[in-house]
Design a protein around this ligand. Structure first.
Ligand code: 13P
Length: 250
């Protein structure tokens, strides 16, 4: 049985005090969750989050990672630096990184491999923009992004990979893909995995939906056969809403 995974992507929110407060509010509300619960916090809040989450079922995640072990990469953070802080999950290829920070399919792949090499799990984000969707390119885009992100990642390593399908037009907009639409696109992603790694991997890989997922629509999305969890932005900053989503996935 696959274990669903609900991950909060806090983005650039919550300083140390706010991190401590938010985790202490979330923890009791999700303590009986059957799914995995992850919070991906800003780098500067990782240490605080780790302490606040100690003894709870909340796992620690980061929002990006650099591919080099070390060196002259001003402003970047290496995989070993994150692993040392007991980070379990790293998001790579979020559309905001692709849109605003020049992230490419190639760098997404490099970052994913670095995180896997350091023993962490990765959440690889894929998804089409509104323009791509309107020109009928959704399938083409998610196929390309998925294939390229997974280049040279072994079948063994794939067990530590989660894919997040996040249609860009649904992020932070209040517009959600319909459950059927999201499910259909995730089916296409699974087909790519099946082609690359075989039937069993195509079925067993966990694929999340992300993009305006909230306490009101989570149950419907989680009920879809292809959706194994959610990557939650705005609603992950509200403890009750986040907990409701977690409980829908349990
Ligand atoms: P929202 O839930 O705020 O739309 O953000 C989704 C997202 O980008 C998660 O990574």
């Amino acid at each position: 049985m696959k274990r669903p995974i609900i991950a909060g992507n806090w983005k650039m929110n919550n300083n140390k005090a706010e991190t401590k407060e938010l985790i202490s509010k979330i923890a009791p509300l999700v303590k009986d969750a059957k799914c995995e619960v992850v919070v991906c916090v800003p780098f500067t809040s990782i240490e605080t989050a780790r302490k606040a989450a100690r003894g709870t079922n909340i796992q620690l995640g980061a929002q990006n990672v650099h591919w080099a072990e070390k060196g002259a990469f001003t402003g970047e953070i290496s995989a070993n630096m994150l692993a040392e802080l007991k980070v379990k999950y790293v998001i790579v290829g979020h559309s905001e990184r692709r849109q605003y920070f020049g992230e490419t399919d190639e760098t997404v792949n490099l970052r994913a491999k670095a995180a896997l090499n350091a023993g962490m799990k990765v959440i690889i984000c894929v998804g089409e923009t509104l323009e791509e969707r309107e020109s009928g390119k959704t399938a083409e885009v998610v196929i390309r992004q998925t294939e390229k992100a997974l280049k040279d990642i072994t079948k063994q390593e794939l067990k530590r990979v989660v894919i997040a399908y996040e249609p860009v037009w649904a992020i932070g907009t209040g517009k959600t893909a319909t459950a059927q639409d999201a499910d259909g696109t995730i089916k296409i992603i699974r087909k790519v995995i099946r082609k690359l790694y075989g039937r069993a991997s195509g079925q067993s890989i966990r694929v999340q939906y992300g993009g305006s997922m909230n306490a009101g629509n989570a149950a419907e999305l989680m009920a879809m056969p292809q959706i194994d969890g959610g990557l939650i932005g705005g609603a992950s900053l509200k403890p009750e809403d986040f907990a409701k989503i977690v409980n829908c996935a349990s």
